[in-house]
Design a protein around this ligand. Structure first.
Ligand SMILES: Nc1nc2c(ncn2[C@@H]2O[C@H](COP(=O)(O)OP(=O)(O)OP(=O)(O)O)[C@@H](O)[C@H]2O)c(=O)[nH]1
Ligand SMILES: [Mg+2]
Length: 471
């Protein structure tokens, strides 16, 4: 018994040496995908993560950094020639300016390579010099993952579903009015096609602003350089049966198919299929503030978005991935600095429940998953005040609109997430017991000690989960 254990240990030791020897000849590359729905905090997350990997003073939870094994970190030219570089310098400039401000919204994929020189741990430390680990961070909109579902749908299926879903939404009233008298079988009139597409895009924008997340096709909201092109100039029309050649509906159908093959598939092939580790950012507090409908809608959107991580469901993706899978997925509720830390556990529980279904699926696909509450950039400080004879745990920060300092109590999140998700699922119009507030804080002016990155909450633990095992 004892002998076999020792023998096993030696054998593993030999394997390890072989592994590490071969690793000195090639430098591992981790592709880390960062996604989330609009305004979930992707840009701030990447910017602060990079800054905190360059200066690791605030990263005690990243074990390799805490052990002093990361000897250097530097940015490299980005390896994919056709993908825009993540504009780290501009974004960190905004966050660390004398009067800091949040970076602009981003509208497309971008990528950055950060390389770390890492000394091996344990017995090998003496045998081997430092090695280089490259981390390619890819920022892409979560909305683009929702488009995966389009691949399995014909234009008629898609139109029927969309029209059924939106017909009673006030945001869609203009589009419904414009579309109803249209005869799809009539010859294509480009002006009409354009105005239908523009009105449908207007609906998507309004719906998203009001807290709906089921807003596909994703590229209509984030067109980037495709703006105005035919692949984005279509809209759902009811299937009236006849589809004569050169008719409006026939052309809409063709463009829908072109969108699938020329926009959706290339994204999955060129970006998604190559991701090793993934973080999905969720502005759960924002949704809770908007109300039960937004929470329920977000839960559904998360489930849809994450079905991309269970490729078995989609034939195209299964072929594309050929067995490769994302190894780790982190679900992170962002902007946790809006809450006193005593409430972070409740936020994490909500996050876990929100992504429950999706996480079960991902686990099914062999990925390791975790849920956390984080703030990539801490904009507040905590404070406890007496209110009606009770201690109230607040956060204080600078308000974005007025520039004034304010202490803020967002409301008490329930310890049991079912108290929020239950009413949301049952179609409640508003929260019963509590009003949840969010405030927009400006980033706080920073005076950083040499070696320290910007202040954050649990960004080090997020990094440990995502890349710690590779360092
Ligand atoms: N207090 C606080 N606010 C944050 C934090 N991260 C993001 N925010 C807020 O959320 C907004 C959106 O953050 P971004 O990082 O730009 O989000 P994004 O997902 O890149 O957004 P898009 O590019 O528009 O999709 C910011 O402008 C801030 O107001 C954080 O850690 N703390
Ligand atoms: Mg962004």
């Amino acid at each position: 018994m004892v002998i076999s254990t020792i023998a096993g240990g030696i054998w593993r030791g030999v394997e390890n040496v072989q592994d590490t020897v071969s690793e000195t000849f090639f430098e591992p590359v981790i592709r880390l995908g960062v996604t989330g729905l609009a305004r979930s905090g992707k840009t701030v997350f990447i910017t602060s993560l990079v800054a905190n990997l360059l200066d690791r003073g605030r990263m005690p939870g990243l074990v390799a950094a805490a052990e002093g094994r990361v000897s250097a970190a530097y940015l490299q030219p980005q390896p994919d020639d056709t993908v825009p570089r993540f504009d780290y310098e501009t974004h960190i400039g905004a966050l660390t300016a004398k009067q800091p401000y949040w970076p602009d919204s981003t509208r497309a994929v971008s990528e950055l390579r950060l390389s770390l020189r890492v000394r091996p741990k344990g017995l090998l430390a003496g045998l081997q010099g430092p090695r280089t680990v490259h981390i390619d961070i890819v920022d892409y909109p979560g909305e683009w993952l929702l488009d995966l579902a389009l691949l399995d749908k014909t234009y008629s299926d898609w139109s029927r579903e969309v029209l059924g879903r939106i017909k009673d939404r006030p945001q869609a009233s203009e589009y419904m009015a414009l579309m109803s008298p249209v005869d799809g079988a009539a010859p294509l009139d480009e002006v009409q096609a354009k105005s239908l597409a523009a009105s449908f895009t207007g609906y998507l924008q309004a719906a998203r602003a009001d807290g709906f997340y089921d807003c596909t096709p994703g590229r209509f909201l984030l067109p980037g350089d495709l703006e105005g092109s035919p692949v984005l100039t279509f809209a759902p029309l009811p299937d009236g049966g006849a589809k004569p050649r050169k008719s409006l509906i026939r052309e809409m159908e063709r463009r829908y198919e072109a969108y699938k093959s020329q926009v959706v598939k290339p994204f999955f092939r060129d970006h998604f299929a190559r991701i090793d580790r993934q973080v999905v950012l969720v502005d759960a507090l924002g949704a809770i503030h908007k109300g039960p409908q937004a929470v329920e809608d977000m839960r559904r959107a998360m489930a849809d978005l994450l079905s991309a991580f269970r490729p078995g469901r989609n034939a195209f993706l299964t072929r594309l991935l050929m067995g490769k899978r994302v190894e780790k997925i982190l679900f992170a509720a962002t902007k946790a600095d809006h809450l006193h830390h005593k409430q972070h556990q409740s936020l994490t529980a909500i996050m876990e429940a929100l992504t429950r279904e999706a996480r079960d699926r991902a686990r099914f696909a062999g990925a390791q998953t975790a849920a956390m509450s984080i703030a990539a950039l801490r904009a507040t400080v905590e404070e406890t005040r007496q209110h009606d004879g009770q201690d109230l745990d607040l956060v204080r920060g600078t308000l974005l609109d007025s520039g004034k300092q304010a202490a803020f109590y967002p409301g008490a999140l329930p310890q049991d997430p079912a108290h929020l998700l239950g009413p949301a699922r049952d179609g409640a119009q508003k929260w019963l017991d509590e009003d949840y507030q969010v405030m927009s804080f400006a980033p706080a002016p920073l005076t950083l000690k040499p070696g320290d990155g910007p202040p954050h909450i649990r960004l080090d633990r997020a990094a440990e989960f995502l890349i710690g095992d590779m360092l």
